[in-house]
Design a protein around this ligand. Sequence first.
Ligand code: NAD
Length: 307
Amino acid sequence: MLIYIAGSGAMGCRFGAQLHEAGQEVILLDNWDDHINTIKENGLKISGDDERIVPMTIMKPQEANRVGDLIILFTKAMQLPAMLESIQGIMDSHTKVLCLLNGLGHEEVIKQYVPERSIIMGVTVWTAQLVGPGHVKLASTGSINIQSIDANEAEMGHKVAEILNEAKLNAIYDQDVIPSIWRKACVNGTMNSLCALLDCTIGQLFATEPGLQLVHEIIHEFVQVGQAEGVKLDEEAVTDYVMKTSVTAAHHYPSMHQDLVQNHRYTEIDFINGAVARIGDKHDIETPRCDVITQLIHTKEKILIEP
Ligand code: NAD
């Protein structure tokens, strides 16, 4: 089985390395020259729980020329269309495409490039962090929920879950993955964006009364808009999930803080709070918190990235 990881940053490297170590043929695809050259020269350096060097094959997407059996999409959301465009040549009718990006709206983008019967949507609570080119830090454990979007293709989704499980990635085939995707987006839409704006840890945010009130108001907007889209979301259950996540991740600066505040990189805000604002508009649902948070993050991007 030939597996491509399309977008081999922190998460792509984690998944790529674990699948390689489970005996799969894995090719990492990426566009960051320093990262590609470092991995080609020294292998992928993994630090954290289980330090090691993993020899991995890595190349630019346009250099790949063998048709893949499975392609795992792990770009940042704004890089997804360009990646899908550049991997057209390595997909045929039997290639399965699994999306594990955070955020909302990716299914519609992928459908422009991949036949519906080949698409598997998913969500993961595994984490990973890039330390520098060719070096990823991995800690703790995680899981994955996936589902074929074509109900007739559930069997191929189950097979992909098996492959992920052979690599100890804890995948389950979910009969309704969309609420899980929205629930994770809601975690990102509360703690990621607010901690990036306020320059604080998750614990600091949740310890304040006004911060916590804002969190509840954002959850309410996510749930209202999701329900209008037909997604089965229960506000109490989503709130419970967000609160539990805030406890386990209390000492962390979330990834949007790392991207924007620490590394001055663009964020996925348009696919998180920005997506809720857009979808809310479609249903005439007001989303004042998501609107202003999206605007503030874009303002901060301008200040920090394009001074
Ligand atoms: P990432 O930022 O580590 O990598 C994404 C892409 O950006 C890769 O192609 C990478 O090579 C490139 N990149 C990273 N740093 C760069 C630099 N300094 N210069 C040039 N290019 C650079 O992204 P990720 O954390 O792997 O996330 C991928 C997707 O998975 C996102 O949708 C994210 O929200 C989601 N996700 C991430 C985590 C996590 O813990 N990191 C957890 C769950 C889901």
